[in-house]
Structures are given as structure tokens and as C-alpha cells.
Design a protein around this ligand. Structure first.
Ligand code: NOJ
Length: 536
């Protein structure tokens, strides 16, 4: 299980209201007690933080707000001593506009080698319109004009200029950055927007009406997503990772709806895993989840790679919130009240069942910090919002701040134990009710459900690793039943009424108590040990 640490919201070690390396180091005990295998730390590099660090100004330095490279090295060593591997986040599609390369590009004339590291070119209509019709994922055009009249491309915020991966210099620079961190002991990287690095020659128009590209990244010959040439880059990176002992690993962030296209990133000579965003987006229905599971396993096993699973991350609504709605699909571009009301009690029940479903599947599971506490999205007042999505869409899209609010560690205190002096995003009243220390030791809590599931996942020979999911006949359409060898069963009830357990075995974990024996609770799940008692 890989635990996603959103560093600025995990734990604050120096009382400035922002999470940091010192805070993370002070909580390694919590992470090993949870039973995780690895941490993925979101970007900690030097950055003006216009997109929470996904705008990097120096890839070989840790932002002083978070710590120093020396502290980073100590963290890595301490994690390793606790049996936890460390995965960082590399951002190769774009730099920050504060990166020295971009400053050099702006200070150099059109056509210069400095500009060739980015996509900078003349506009249309005598230079007054952007060079093509591409839009920023965060809203508005994907082009910004510079003083001498040329335009630069940014698929995200204007502070995130896209690099030109046709440049040999860009390629060798990133290999060097990877080496820098691998040499320091880092075990792997999550690759940000892994599908976008290569653009079509000539940067042709997309030809879609406003915003539609967000919904269709799988169209054939898309000019800035999933181009065949991107795989060459990852083949080179794989060789680099394999030159280390032990070999280092990669996980691609790839928002592709087509599991087969996704599986191309994890062919034997490319990346090791992709983050399974297809599973994350699916509706919480028996049909929807089964389809997502089958398609994901089929796609990755076709190329001999393990599957991964995630229910949420720092870019989407928390799972309790999404599952508390009538429509439980992730709906990109729709936000706030447009999504409809949330029943958090229902969302929590479903999220507990989803945790058991997910942790029972073969492959690796990514858990976003706070999901193990059952946190819902927090309401962040308008004046406190920081996400560039909120800013660039001029308040039309709410952005992702609600899922990024600092964690509650204790039931009270200035920032509920997050640090000594407030929190960079306001924590809502009542946040302390979900605190780690309040949940620890309470068998009915979210945290203890996660701990139990993770410890069983390590102990039971059928769980984790590879292996098949064998679907069994279910008592109703809104129930899923599967077994894994040897001797494990999982029953998930998506419906509002308890359902009979159709497997013969001992219940070892149940998502919610209070249901009759032999039943799986409404909106719930159970794990069963199907081995004869003397072999369990
Ligand atoms: C994906 C990251 O997860 C997200 O937080 C970021 O805004 C974009 N990539 C741009 O780097």
C-alpha cells in the first residue's frame, strides 16, 4: 500500500502553519503503525507555489518552507529503517515560470536556443491571437503573450510553461534530475501528467468547443495527449531506473479512459505502474465497480504489469464526499453546488465498504492521506481558496482546496495537532472529531478499520500481490462477491438493505457492525477467511 503524503497538509514541524519534512519525520511511527509499504510525497521542490509545488523552480532543491535536502536525506534513511519506501513526484511537462530556463527564454530573442526549451512562437492574426486553439486545464487559453509579442504554451497555469521534449537538453536534464534523487536513496517517482510531454509537430488546432478536451483525452491523434513518441522517453527512464541496485520504480499519472491505451505505459521495458484513475472515476455501483476492476486487470495483465487502485487523491473530491451523493461518478469540470447535496453518513459507510473492496484486490493500493480517517471535503471559505483552478476560472470552478485541508491529529488545539500555529487552509469546526488520536483504539473507527484491513492484507496469503479475482454468484444485483486463492472471500453490498453472505467461511472483517450474523450490512462489505479453521 502506498500512502500519499500531501506534504503541506500532513504535519507541521516548525509552527508556520505549513506541513513540512520535519512534521513528516515526526509521524513515521504513525505510518509504520498503519502498515504501509511506501510513501508518495507530493512535490517538495523549490517553487513559487502557484500550483502547490507542481510549478518547480529548482528540481534539485527542497523548498526552504519544507526543509532542506539534508533533511530529505535523513527522512529517506528513517523511512527505509522503518521498512517504508519513498516515492517522489517529478513534474516533467512544465517548469515554473520562475525557473532559470524560463527567465533565460524570456531574455533571449525569438528563435534562440533558450526559447527552444519551451514552446514559444508567434501568434495568429498578425500575432494578436494565440498560435492555436488549445485551452488550459485550469481554464482560459493555454497561451500567454510575452513582451516582445510571442506566445508561450502552458497546458496548466500561466506560471507553468510547457517544456519542449523535442529538445535533447530537456531530456538529458531530466535524466540528471532523476539521478540526483535516486543517488540520494529515493526509491521511485510518480510522474506528473505523464501523457502530455510530447506535442504534435506544428502544434495543430484541437478543434473542440470550449473545454471539451477535458472530457476526451482518448481521441486518436490528440495533439497534446498520449502521443506514441512519449513512450521513447519512458523507455530511456526505465533503463536509468534499472541501472540502480535495487532498481528504482515509476508510477505514471495518466488520465486516460481507455485501459488499453493506459497499459502501453507499463509494457515490460517502460514504467512499472500507472495510477488507476479509471477505477477512481467509476460510480459506486456493483456494475460500475465490477467493470472497472475487470477492465483494469485485463489491461495490465495483458502486458504483465501489476494493477493499481486509488479511490481519491489531492486533485479530486474526497471519497466520503463523492460517495455521499446520488451520482457517485467523478464528473470533471463540475463542482460545488452543481454536484448536488452530500449525505456524509452515507458517504462514510460506502467509503468504508470501498476500502475493504479496494484492499482486497490484487496489485498496489494508493491511499490519499486522511482517507484512512474518513475525512470529507472541508468547506473552504472563498477568500481562503488558493487553487489556481478557482482563480483562473474566476470562481466558476471550486477547485481542489476542500480535499487539501491539513489533517487533524488531536481533537482540539489551535490546528487540531497539525502544528502549533494554525493551518495554511482553514480547518472547519468539528474537524477534531476525526482526529487520529480520537480514532486510535476505537474499534468502530475508520482508522482501526484501515489498520485491521492492512494487517490482514499482509497476513493472509491470498491478499496483496498478484493473483486473480474470481467472481461468484451474488444474492442480488447490487451485491458483488468474489474469492481469491487460497481461501479468501469478499462480499460488497452496494444497496440500502442488508444482504445474505453467500460464502461459507469465517467473517474476519466487517465494514460496519450491527448487522445480523450471516449478513453483509447495507452499503457495507465483509471479508471472509474460507480456509479450514486449522489452516487459518
Ligand atoms: C497533476 C497534479 O496532480 C495536479 O495537482 C497539478 O495541478 C497538475 N498535474 C499540473 O502539474
Amino acid at each position: 500500500m502506498i500512502y500519499q503524503v500531501y506534504l503541506q497538509s500532513f504535519a507541521d514541524g516548525n509552527a508556520d502553519g505549513v506541513g513540512d519534512v520535519a512534521g513528516l519525520r515526526s509521524r513515521i511511527g504513525y505510518l509504520s503503525g498503519l502498515g504501509i509499504d511506501a510513501v508518495w510525497i507530493t512535490p517538495w521542490f523549490r517553487s513559487p507555489l502557484r500550483d502547490a509545488g507542481y510549478d518547480v523552480a529548482d528540481y534539485r532543491a527542497i523548498h526552504p518552507r519544507y526543509g532542506s535536502v539534508d533533511e530529505g536525506r535523513e527522512l529517506i534513511d528513517e523511512c527505509h529503517a522503518a521498512g517504508i519506501r519513498v516515492i517522489l513526484d517529478i513534474v516533467p511537462n512544465h517548469t515554473s515560470s520562475d525557473h532559470p530556463w524560463f527567465a533565460a527564454a524570456l531574455n533571449s530573442p525569438p528563435g534562440s536556443a533558450e526559447r527552444a526549451r519551451y514552446h514559444v512562437r508567434a501568434g495568429r492574426d498578425d500575432g494578436t491571437s494565440p498560435p492555436n486553439d488549445w485551452l488550459s486545464v485550469f481554464g482560459g487559453p493555454a497561451w500567454t503573450r510575452v513582451d516582445d509579442g510571442e506566445w508561450y504554451l502552458h497546458l496548466f497555469d500561466s506560471s507553468q510553461p510547457d517544456l519542449n521534449w523535442d529538445s535533447a537538453e530537456v531530456r538529458s536534464e531530466f535524466e540528471d534530475i532523476l539521478r540526483f534523487w535516486f543517488d540520494l536513496g529515493v526509491d521511485g517517482f510518480r510522474i506528473d501528467v505523464a501523457t502530455a510531454l510530447v506535442k504534435a509537430p506544428g502544434l495543430p488546432d484541437l478543434g473542440y468547443p470550449d473545454g471539451a478536451f477535458l472530457a476526451d483525452l482518448t481521441r486518436a491523434d490528440h495533439p497534446h495527449r498520449d502521443r506514441d513518441e512519449v513512450h521513447e522517453i519512458y523507455r530511456d527512464w526505465r533503463k536509468l531506473a534499472d541501472s540502480y541496485d535495487p532498481p528504482r520504480m515509476f508510477a505514471a499519472e495518466a488520465w486516460l479512459d481507455d485501459p488499453d491505451r493506459l497499459s502501453r505505459y507499463v509494457r515490460p521495458d517502460e514504467l512499472h505502474t500507472t495510477l488507476n484513475l479509471y477505477y477512481l472515476k467509476s460510480a459506486w455501483t456493483a456494475d460500475g465497480m465490477r467493470r472497472a476492476i475487470d477492465a483494469s486487470i485485463a489491461a495490465t495483465s495483458g502486458v504483465g504489469a501489476p494493477t493499481t487502485w486509488a479511490l481519491s487523491n489531492h486533485d479530486v473530491e474526497r471519497v466520503v464526499t463523492r460517495y455521499g451523493r446520488d451520482d457517485t461518478r467523478r464528473r470533471p469540470g463540475v463542482s460545488g453546488p452543481e454536484l448536488g447535496p452530500v449525505d456524509e453518513r452515507l458517504g462514510r459507510r460506502r467509503a468504508r465498504a470501498a476500502a475493504l473492496l479496494t484492499l482486497a484486490l490484487p496489485g498496489s493500493v494508493y491511499v490519499y492521506q486522511g482517507d484512512e480517517l474518513g475525512l470529507a471535503d472541508a468547506h473552504v471559505p472563498e477568500q481562503a481558496r488558493q487553487d489556481p483552478i478557482w482563480i483562473r476560472s474566476r470562481g466558476r470552478r471550486w477547485g481542489r482546496d476542500g480535499a487539501r485541508v491539513p489533517l487533524p491529529w488531536t481533537p482540539d488545539g489551535g490546528s487540531f495537532g497539525f502544528g502549533d500555529d494554525g493551518a495554511w487552509l482553514p480547518q472547519p469546526p468539528g474537524w477534531g472529531a476525526h482526529a487520529v488520536s480520537s480514532q486510535a483504539g476505537d474499534d468502530s473507527s475508520f482508522l482501526e478499520l484501515y489498520r485491521s484491513a492492512l494487517s490482514l492484507r499482509r497476513a493472509h496469503p491470498a491478499l496483496g500481490g498478484t493473483g486473480e479475482v474470481r467472481w461468484c454468484e451474488a444474492p442480488r444485483d447490487d451485491v458483488l462477491v468474489f474469492t481469491r486463492d487460497p481461501g479468501f472471500g469478499c462480499v460488497v453490498n452496494f444497496g440500502p438493505a442488508p444482504a445474505p453472505i453467500p460464502l461459507d467461511g469465517r467473517v474476519v472483517l466487517v465494514s460496519d457492525h450491527g448487522t445480523g450474523e450471516g449478513e453483509v450490512p447495507a452499503h457495507g462489505a465483509v471479508w471472509l477467511d474460507l480456509r479450514p479453521e486449522d489452516r487459518a
